[in-house]
Design a protein around this ligand. Structure first.
Ligand code: SF4
Length: 473
């Protein structure tokens, strides 16, 4: 009992601390006066997505200057040569502290660990290239396909799963490629859902993106178009009236965003998501579980709460892929399970994402959850809830009579699985009942003693420590 209350007290304290950290960060915005501002240009420049793209931080030297980076940064040039660097001024301005304690810094600024390359990592661990029937189109699941429309992004996430292509050569799909893709999709009417991805398709010119959507809509068998984008996070000013008016011509269009941390939810990103939601675009969010960025239950809880408040449903929480260059972000699988254990019961179902492992060798997404099934028999399934309460769930069918075998010695999971009990609470466990009944009188004799306590054995040979003069201990 003491353990339970003390651990929930510390969870609450941690929770409050997390809230305090986040709000302190929001209040103590660093005056990032070196970050490219609209400067000579007007503030309209800052709110113009094209200005943001033109003024991205693209080199380690710029980065060092803008963020006042101290210490050795020359090593980072080798990293940026291997994996491109780009940060929009807007996203750079969300960095509160220019060091690894800041989640945005970690996700945006190159780190030497990206060059760590153990043998079990791969540039393409999901084997996307092997599931490409035509260049740029991944056909893995029967009814879905993913189109790589561009290799350009607003900012290049250090944890990107497509590090092998994102930003390597900024380009968009050619007309010839798009024709090949359309031909394949037309010849495969089993594909009804196409995800336009990249790179980030919302960095494309509106007309170029419209050409893709128009082409997809012209294929009768395609009913749903989804767009995967991190633009609401790193370049929210891109969600313009012009863009949403174009998108709504091609409904049903869904958008999956990529928020990883509550600090990414700002007035600007809220306004971008509001505009998309008001256009009738359902939105889901795909987060990646990242070491030292969001691998705390209360950070994910806070992120999920904020997402549903801006009409973005938490959809997936991904285990970090086995991608070369992101190993330092990877957490043990158990961390994700622990987080899911924490969320269930605290958040409503619409706020809880699915924790998935996108398995190597193209095995696809595998949901991984805490185990809620404790035992089963033909008549009953024993389930546990988030509080640890065990209940039986009777299976349908009159043929299943509760077990009539007698066993009065104990009450446990077997009683639930055979319908002899419907709930197993701590207090109904025979051994616990016996302990409760046990009194000082039954505990004899003393086998050890000092000034403050006495050690006793009961009739079952169990040891009890008693403080002298107290009722029990
Ligand atoms: S926006 Fe997406 S594709 Fe681009 S770098 Fe980030 S995770 Fe990769």
């Amino acid at each position: 009992m003491n353990r339970t209350s003390s651990s929930s007290a510390s969870a609450d304290e941690e929770h409050q601390r997390a809230g305090a950290i986040v709000s302190a960060q929001q209040e103590s915005l660093i005056e990032n006066s070196n970050i490219p501002q609209a400067n000579a240009e007007t503030t309209q420049g800052w709110n113009d997505w094209k200005w943001q793209l033109r003024n991205r931080i693209r080199s380690v030297e710029q980065l060092a200057k803008y963020l006042n980076l101290s210490g050795e940064v020359s090593n980072l040039s080798a990293v940026a040569e291997r994996y491109p660097l780009a940060i929009t001024p807007y996203y750079a301005n969300l960095i509160r502290r220019p060091d690894l304690s800041d989640p945005i810094f970690q996700m945006a600024v190159p780190q030497c660990q990206e060059l760590f390359s153990p043998a079990f990592l791969d540039d393409d661990p999901l084997e996307e290239h092997q599931d490409m029937p035509v260049p740029g189109l991944i056909h893995r699941y029967c009814d879905r396909a993913l189109l790589i429309a561009t290799t350009t992004c607003g900012s290049y996430c250090r944890h990107c799963t497509r590090k092998r292509i994102a930003g390597m050569r900024e380009s968009t799909i050619s007309a010839t490629r798009l024709r090949q893709v359309a031909e394949y999709l037309s010849n495969h009417p089993e594909i009804s859902d196409v995800i336009v991805s990249g790179g980030d398709p919302l960095t494309m010119a509106t007309a170029a993106l419209e050409k893709i959507l128009e082409t997809l809509r012209s294929i009768k068998s395609i009913s749903v178009i989804r767009i995967g984008t991190r633009v609401p996070v790193v370049l929210p000013m891109r969600i313009t009236d012009e863009l949403v008016n174009m998108l709504k011509k091609y409904h049903p269009v869904w958008i999956n965003t990529h928020f990883n941390h509550p600090n990414e939810i700002t007035d600007e990103s809220i306004s971008a998501c509001t505009k998309l939601a008001d256009t009738g675009i359902p939105m889901g969010n795909q987060s990646v579980l990242l070491r030292n960025v969001n691998d705390k239950p209360f950070i994910i809880e806070q992120l999920c709460r904020r997402l549903i408040s801006i009409r973005v449903r938490p959809y997936y929480l991904y285990q970090c892929d086995l991608v070369r260059g992101v190993e330092h972000f990877r957490t043990p699988l158990s961390k994700g399970i622990e987080i899911m254990e924490y969320l269930r019961g605290r958040l409503s179902g619409i706020a809880i994402p699915n924790f998935v492992v996108d398995a190597p060798h193209g095995a696809g997404k595998i949901p991984v959850t805490p185990n809620y099934i404790i035992s089963m028999s033909p008549t009953h399934t024993v389930l546990r809830n988030y509080e640890g309460l065990l209940v039986n769930y009777p299976e349908p069918g009159a043929a299943y009579e509760p077990c009539s075998d007698k066993d009065d010695r104990t009450a446990g999971v077997w009683e639930l699985a055979t319908g002899k009990a419907s709930l197993l609470a701590h207090d109904s466990i025979a051994r616990i009942k016996r302990r409760r009944k046990s009194t000082v009188k039954k505990i004899t004799p003393s086998i050890s003693t000092d000034k403050k306590s006495v050690l006793l054995t009961d009739e079952n040979g169990l040891l009890h420590c008693r403080t002298k003069g107290a009722a029990g201990c």
